[in-house]
Ligand binder design. Structure first.
Ligand code: XMP
Length: 477
């Protein structure tokens, strides 16, 4: 954003986020140095901090050894005299993810935090209200992250904190109405939290000019298609269910590359919607329940593409609608749930664990076939049933089974088996940007394992996934 535009925006403070690049690379994003003289507080996070240091005359260099790079949880000591860290305990855990570090701070700055390997984990220049942190205060694993952001916003930028979900709802409805006019909207409804909340919001904005299309791509969980139909068919929405399993599986045949699978599914979705749009007459807008983490992970500006979420990155060049509507694209998952409650959606919908748009295709590692999907559906249903029986559905943010591409030898009865290994995954998170694996009771895992190998033909081995995100992701592809 050029300086003039920032000025017009009239911010009360700026935050420069992290990013995958190194400030000394030729193509690295840069910033007009004059931004630091606007008289507006600036908080640089990770790359943003390094950029501020370099731009103002400090020095940023690559960590010389593996031990100087930090990924994950780092005990960090804070200087409580820095107003960013006021009221914090002297030491707490931060979440680090960096391979460059600040070797020298510019004039006016001093180091305001350190870890065992990083002498400059934060910088501050109180006189100019410029602050930088090497760690990520915006992720849950940074214990005092919310407090640090609170200090920045309220004490340093003097924000008033008067934003409410009711405001968001009113503004979103008004902006949808203004945009859509008397046009007609087609919404891709998966039955998950995001698209259900988007449906409720759009329904409030445009009423009966909204048609919800539920595409059963054959990649859903056991009985899911029927459940979604049952939940929505009785409502004051136009609900259309399309059986497109054959189409999707035919296009996925032989495809093993994860991004290619996602691209195909995304494109096929759009093709199905286009033909539905033609059948139901002219449709002006295609609406999607895209949320902010989807946007970030699919690559926002210069950010790295981690996975192209099918409802964002997979769009083909030509889309047969006037425009795409994504009313939730600025919200995180917990905010989407709050909006759902605000809109009066039943708790059963609002509290649902997320399910990805590409469905089980990204939980079957490698080629997707009907046989593998059926095996996975059964194993997944058992795992979810046992979690529910153990009363853990609210404690685990997301839990499912994934079919690995590994087959191994086992012994069943008196015979040899050569079957698939299934992986069980359960994570704790509130924003899905980072996640920790759930410490499920051994007895529960034992029960699930015994049931799966006994009840599901085609599986003879069960793994429990104990990796957090990062470095893993929640899904397998
Ligand atoms: P990852 O695997 O990226 O997952 O750590 C984070 C969250 O996003 C969900 N997810 C998706 N949701 N379309 C979606 O609507 C997608 O393509 C997609 N990929 C992952 C995933 O289930 C988890 O909740």
């Amino acid at each position: 954003m050029p300086l003039e535009e920032i000025r017009r925006f009239d911010p009360i403070g700026l935050i420069f986020t992290g990013g995958p690049g190194s400030v000394y690379e030729p193509a690295a994003p840069q910033i007009d140095p004059a931004v630091f003289s606007l008289g507006v507080p600036v908080l640089g996070i990770c790359y943003g901090c390094q950029l501020m240091m370099q731009t103002l005359g400090g020095q940023v260099i690559p960590a010389q050894s593996d031990s100087a790079r930090e990924y994950g949880k780092s005990p960090t000591v804070f200087d409580q005299n820095c107003s960013l860290f006021r009221g914090l305990p002297e030491e707490s855990i931060t979440w680090m993810s960096h391979s460059d570090y600040v070797a020298a701070v510019p004039q006016g700055f001093h180091s305001a935090a350190h870890t065992a390997v990083c002498p400059t984990a934060a910088v501050c220049d109180e006189g100019r209200s410029l602050y930088g942190v090497q760690f990520h205060p915006e992720v849950n694993h940074t214990e005092q992250g919310a407090q640090i952001l609170h200090n920045y916003l309220y004490d340093i930028c003097h924000a008033s904190g008067d934003w409410t979900m009711a405001d968001f709802r009113a503004k979103a409805v008004a902006s949808i109405r203004e945009k859509v006019g008397d046009g007609r909207v087609l919404l891709a409804l998966s039955g998950g939290v995001d698209s259900s909340v988007a449906a409720a919001l759009l329904n409030e904005a445009v009423g009966s000019r909204l048609t919800c299309v539920f595409v059963d791509h054959g990649l859903l969980r056991k009985n899911e298609g029927d459940e979604v139909e049952a939940a929505f068919s009785g409502r004051a929405l136009r609900f259309v269910r399309i059986d497109a399993e054959g189409r999707f599986l035919a296009r996925l045949a032989g495809v093993t590359e994860p991004e290619e699978k996602r691209r195909i599914i995304g494109e096929e979705f759009i093709r199905v919607f286009e033909s539905v749009g033609k059948e139901i007459g002219f449709v002006d807008y295609l609406a999607q329940g895209t949320i902010y983490p989807d946007v970030i992970e699919s690559g926002l500006g210069e950010a790295a593409v981690i996975k192209s979420h099918h409802n964002v990155g997979g769009l083909p060049d030509f889309v047969d609608f006037r425009e795409i509507l994504e009313p939730l694209r600025m919200l995180f998952k917990d905010e989407v749930r709050a909006l759902g409650r605000e809109l009066g959606l039943p708790e059963a919908f609002v509290a649902r664990q997320p399910f990805p748009g590409p469905g089980l295709a990204i939980r079957v590692v490698g080629e997707v076939t009907r046989e593998k999907l059926d095996i996975l559906r059964e194993a997944d249903a058992i795992f979810r049933e046992e979690i529910s029986r153990a009363g853990l559905t609210q404690q685990c943010s997301q839990y499912f089974a994934a079919l690995t591409n590994m087959r191994s030898v086992g012994v069943m009865g008196d015979g040899r088996s050569y079957d698939y290994a299934v992986a069980l995954r359960s994570v704790q998170t509130s924003d899905f940007m980072t996640a920790d694996w759930s410490r499920l009771p051994w007895e529960l895992l034992d029960r699930v394992s015994v049931r799966i190998v006994n009840e599901v033909r085609g599986i003879n081995r069960v793994f429990y996934d104990i990796t957090s995100k990062p470095p893993a992701t929640v899904e397998y592809e």
